[in-house]
Design a protein around this ligand. Structure first.
Ligand SMILES: [Zn+2]
Length: 159
């Protein structure tokens, strides 16, 4: 019998769900700039974005890494991320986007709750690492609103 053992990834930011910032956002105990929500997934702006529109897509159920999700949940997470990416790219008039999904401290995972970064990229930033940016609360709210509106028109055109 083969025994492929799954090692546990080190995560210095491991916390119980009640102390997890993303679980607190899911439970509306912490503020965020939400852009999308369904029964199992939620998306909101990253508060230290690499670009305007940088969004995080998370399962509502707490799990530290992608290994804590089953394959269907992982597929669904990326289905939602793909949908969100279209509204993000439209909202900020980007020319491309990145999905970044970090697992474990060694991979620079900062919050130990599974999330996919959706990072829009403009052609002028091609090949450049732009660093964290800062936007005012009203800029963040306006970006989130534009993405939300884009998502609702996307879901209308899906029908
Ligand atoms: Zn959590």
């Amino acid at each position: 019998m083969s025994t492929v053992r799954r090692r546990r990834l080190q995560n210095s930011s491991s916390v119980p769900p009640e102390d997890c910032i993303f679980c607190r956002i899911v439970g509306r105990k912490a503020a965020s700039y939400p852009v999308y929500e369904d029964e199992h997934y939620i998306a909101f702006l990253d508060i230290a974005p690499f670009a305007r529109g940088h969004t995080l897509v998370c399962p509502k159920k707490h799990g530290e890494t992608i290994w804590d999700m089953n394959e269907m949940e992982t597929a669904e997470l990326f289905r939602v991320a793909s949908k969100v990416s279209k509204a993000v790219v439209n909202a900020v008039d980007a020319d491309g986007f990145r999905f970044v999904q970090n697992n474990g401290e060694a991979a620079n995972q900062v919050v130990a709750h599974v999330h996919v970064h959706v990072i829009p990229v403009k052609m002028e930033d091609k090949g450049r690492f732009t660093g964290r940016k800062s936007f005012t609360p009203s800029e963040m709210e306006s970006t989130a609103r534009t993405i939300r509106e884009g998502l609702s028109s996307l879901s209308r055109s899906d029908k």
